[in-house]
Write a protein that binds this ligand. Structure first.
Ligand SMILES: [Zn+2]
Length: 200
């Protein structure tokens, strides 16, 4: 099991390629290629795992593109919770893999204010939110991810989803849907941007 930490990346390349700065691990493949791990900040980690019951996985929620990620499950899990819906959506115990950028975008697409209490959102709106998360992630995967600084995919190329962001990184600019000025707030020390008109 490989944890990429904040800045780790895996790339496929010929095994004979000399290591560059911050290259730490090669997993050499039978075909002469290797899977090379690069990590400038060294927050990543490698674990030898037998079975799927590792401590780091045991308490994780479902994958967002799986059948277990449903509006009904989010609704049940959120009852009585005062936590903001964006923080709820980014909690790995609720669902994995929805980072800050995609949480911002999915909440915009679903028309839900990021600071609304998770426990006050209806089952119908959670169903919409699940569809929005899946649409945003599918779109981002299709574009190779969101390159903000130096991220590259397994093929060494940057992602192009940044050009399609509707709210993230656009605070002070006009909403593309209604031309209201987008508003920025901080939640858990992360940037949140939303449209006060389109998101309720
Ligand atoms: Zn708007």
């Amino acid at each position: 099991m490989v944890h990429l930490g904040m800045s780790g990346s895996l790339r496929v390349m010929p095994a004979a390629t000399p290591p560059f700065v911050h290259d730490h691990v090669d997993i050499v493949l039978d075909n002469g290629q290797c899977l090379r791990y690069n990590d400038p900040r060294r927050f990543g980690s490698f674990h030898w795992v037998l079975g799927d019951n590792h401590d780091l996985l045991r308490h994780l929620g479902p994958e967002p593109l799986s059948d277990e990620f449903t509006g009904g499950a989010l609704y049940q899990r959120s009852r009585g919770r005062k936590i903001a819906v964006k923080s709820f959506l980014m909690d790995g115990k609720v669902v994995v893999g929805v980072g800050n950028i995609y949480a911002n975008e999915a909440l915009f697409m679903a028309g839900i204010r990021p600071d609304r209490a998770a426990g006050r959102i209806s089952a119908a709106r959670y169903t919409t939110l699940v569809s929005s998360v899946q649409a945003v992630l599918a779109g981002a995967i299709d574009k190779g991810g969101t390159t903000l600084r130096d991220y590259v995919g397994g093929d060494g190329k940057p992602g192009y989803f940044a050009q399609q962001l509707r709210v993230y990184g656009r605070d002070g600019l006009l909403c593309r849907q209604c031309t209201t000025v987008l508003k920025a707030i901080r939640q858990n020390n992360r940037a949140t941007v939303f449209c006060p008109t389109c998101q309720r």
